[in-house]
Design a protein around this ligand. Sequence first.
Ligand code: MIG
Length: 642
Amino acid sequence: MIQRVDFHNPFDTGAAYINVEPASSLSFLEVEEKDGHILFTGKLNEKDRIYGLGESMHGLNKRGYRYVQFNTDDNNHRDSMPSMYGAHNFFVVASEQQARGFFFDYPGRLIIDLDSKHQNTFTVEAETNDIRVYEIQGKTPYEVVKEFLKLIGPSYLPPLWAFGFGQSRWGYDSLRTVEKVIENYKKAGMPLDYVCLDIDHMNKYADFSVDTKRFGNLQLKEKNIHLVPIVDAAIKIEPGNPVYEEGLKNNFYCTDKDGKPFTAYVWPGATNFPDFLKAEARTWFGSLYKFYTDKGIEGFWNDMNEPSIFFSEESLKESEKERLSDPLYQSGSGHPSDYKRFYHDVNGKKINHFYLHNLYGMKMVEASNEGLSKLLDKRFLLFSRASYIGSHRYAGIWTGDNSSTWFMLQRGFEMLPGLNMCGFLFSGMDTGGFMGNCTRKLLLRWLAVSVFTPLFRDHSAKGTIHQECYRFAGKSSFRNVLSLRYKLLPYLYSEFMKAALRADMLIKPLAFVFDKDPQCQDVQDQLMVGESIMIAPIMKKDQDSRLVYLPEEMTMVDYYDRSFHAKALSQGSHRIKIPLSHVVFFVRKNHLVPVSLKGGMSVSEVDFDNLSFLGDGTSYEYYRDDGETREAGLEKIAEIKK
Ligand code: MIG
């Protein structure tokens, strides 16, 4: 049961995909309005758990913490960070007999306090009182989530090649460097499907430009590898550059209080910010991707779209004390006061950015997606850093600038089910960690996690040690985990497509599947991936074995020496040894995992028709298509037998 209540004049964010007729009052929340603010209060039982909030800290159960939903570029990832790159204002309160879901569809700053004061209450406080609230009631949290996923609609569909392994690094400074990375992967016998280009490839960091001296015309010798360039949100102020000039001439930029294009500083120096809230500006921005699609490029990542702002002339005048005492200040977040310095034009109405802040990234990927859909006649890869509920219909996301620490591997893992609850099926983390130096051990354990996430990319920051897989000794361990990805692709792709087409989750907490088993309730270092696989990776530094809880009898699959070794295990807890060179996972009883034993050095080499099976089931619902058609549909699912 889903119910919507509008307070005053909520902004139409575009989060919902289906229309729910508004009702007059909420069932589970007390409402208090004061001085133009609004405060919602809900009651909790002692034992209630709270799931959701997508990209956010504190693991699976969010109870006991306070979150500030305000998209922020802060690369100092830590438990106490209140805001990340996405605002996913949906959570589910799971009680013993029922579950209640809440979605606060609100584009501005929202404070979600999930009982941080330990008074058995949660509160949600909005900056203004124009807000749309949805309540969803169900028997279990999973039932509520599925209802919510119907409300926000189906996931964006990436092409099949985007499920391959991608290498990325900020600092690949020429096409020659990129070619070398590709050669080295090949020489090492490691598969690869794409290489991401970071801001290094642009001409003075101007969007939709390439430094031709260093990057030529972006044509790789290796035709089987895709280049995936970055596109930043802000446009370099550069008289004579047609991209900049067109935006200026047509009033496509956000404006300052005097109605002039708002100027602030990011990588290219002085920039203007496309007004993605304006339909014509979106259409224009989307059309700019022609620069790349003309060169045969079909994959992109959108960055800096919180938007990230280093400073403006005005905020530079601010004292350090003022800056640091701004309640919105976070370690990497520039001068938050800048968010009050510019305006959007929404159907002729000027609205201060601050009140629409969390929509900027979503509206950017909406622009990119619509442009690319016109420019290409097949699916494309697109993922974004900033997001809002609903942006999963346009693009995937990655979880931003994590660091090469065991802590961030764990937190990233724990975020996966929350992201799936908010629709973000095509998501993943910077494998190996972005900031800081990665060790061989950490990278191998991280790969053994990301090998199960749809977006599977190794990315690192300039200045850190290189973390391409071939750089490390003992290459056979890296070949092992990467080869597993390509053998599992028939399963991973099929499960992704089924979840996307049915508006379901791909990666789930155990508690959602084994809801009658109280032991599963608090498990957050094990997850379900699709309908058949459970993963229980090692995410601690010097461990080579761990306890794994099996809610039912399962087949343990130990993958080493590039082959599968299966063994039946009984229900209960087991200490499992997982050497660094192995990947272990579990297949549910009466289930199957279709695999291609041949694997491949790229997705195009994988045989999706000659399948072998892991597990003791007898049949499997297999989704199969050409991997690029937009006409994906449930009719492409067929029951196959072992
Ligand atoms: O201010 O483009 O999250 O992946 O490598 C940093 C450089 C800008 C942040 C992204 C990261 C990317 C980096 N970018």
